[in-house]
Design a binder for this molecule. Structure first.
Ligand code: DX5
Ligand code: ZN
Length: 219
């Protein structure tokens, strides 16, 4: 069991884009450890969000690390651009990255942290060989593409198994979870072994505001 306090990575997908800089400032002031940036291309996932220019602009208003979750096909083509825009970690999906080892080495070559994301139906076995190279594993706890979806409880067992495997193999990439994380599911994923919690709606959509949303996720 992971007894450390989890790190919080608010996802700006749920933020008010008309005042995005201000929303990020508030999340940072409330103790956000990093900002989670969901990039969607309308191909790999059935939705489009935002891209490089938005990351460049928000980089100017925040000093905390940015992690960019690339839900796009052929992410290799744009790794350098996303790195230069101000990302500290680049997360690619195993499902659409056939030469994952090469992609991870490229990310490291750009002096960025390398993360790999797994959709709910993708087995942990797909990252068995690459695990020693990773800084972060992102376990999707919803099917990617939209904020505000319901947490898939079967993913808890997957988080638990990954946590055990890392311990047995003495590896230490961070286990991060993404999707449907709120004050009810946060303690469950942390007990299962998650170290970093991504939360969109529970932070930026909280009726009492961003700081209160963050506070309720702090376990
Ligand atoms: C989903 C994205 C998530 C999303 C989470 O495809 O990867 O990061 O913003 O949103 P919530 O926390 O609302 O489920
Ligand atoms: Zn995400």
């Amino acid at each position: 069991m992971n007894l450390e306090k989890p790190l919080l990575a608010p996802s700006i997908l749920a933020a008010d884009f008309s005042c995005l800089g201000e929303q990020i400032r508030q999340a940072e002031a409330a103790g956000a450890n990093r900002i989670h940036i969901d990039v969607m291309d309308g191909q790999f996932v059935p939705n489009i969000s935002f891209g490089i220019p938005v990351i460049q602009s928000i980089r100017k208003v925040s000093k905390i690390p940015f992690e960019t979750h690339l839900m796009i096909n052929t992410p290799d083509l744009l790794l350098e651009e996303f790195a230069n825009a101000g990302s500290d970690t680049l997360i690619v999906h195993v499902e659409n990255t056939p030469h994952l080892h090469r992609t991870v080495q490229r990310i490291k070559g750009l002096k960025k942290k390398a993360g790999v994301a797994l959709n709910p139906a993708t087995p942990l076995g797909t990252i068995e060989e690459i695990l020693p190279e990773l800084d972060l594993v992102l376990i999707m706890t919803v099917n990617p593409g939209f904020g505000g979806q319901k947490f898939i409880p079967a993913t808890l067992e997957k988080i638990r198994r990954l946590s055990e495997q890392l311990l047995a193999r003495k590896l230490s990439p961070e286990i991060e979870v993404d999707g449907g994380v709120d004050e009810t599911t946060a303690p469950q994923v942390v007990r299962a072994g998650a170290r970093v919690l991504v939360a969109g709606s529970a932070v930026f959509g909280h009726p009492q505001g961003i700081a209160e949303g963050m506070r309720r996720l702090s376990i």
